[in-house]
Ligand binder design. Structure first.
Ligand SMILES: [Zn+2]
Length: 71
């Protein structure tokens, strides 16, 4: 069997360095554990800041759609 001469590499999303993208790199697609932690931390801090969209009160009815408007 032939194997690729060079391992697949990707750009580390955090620092931009080339990171080996295969089973030998447990932090893929990052280049190191540090970069992985940095990215996860940034993602989590943003992800938890979900803006609360105003929800219409239940039971509040607006104009009903005209008959025949629906597909
Ligand atoms: Zn990196």
């Amino acid at each position: 069997m032939t194997t690729p001469a060079s391992p697949r590499r990707v750009r580390c999303p955090t620092c931009g360095a080339l990171a080996v993208y295969d089973a030998t790199n447990p932090w893929r697609p990052f280049c190191s554990e540090r970069c992985r932690q940095i990215d996860l931390g940034a993602w989590a801090s943003e992800g938890y800041r979900v803006p609360s969209a105003p929800q219409p009160a239940e039971g509040e009815e607006h104009d009903p759609p005209p008959p025949g408007a629906r597909h």
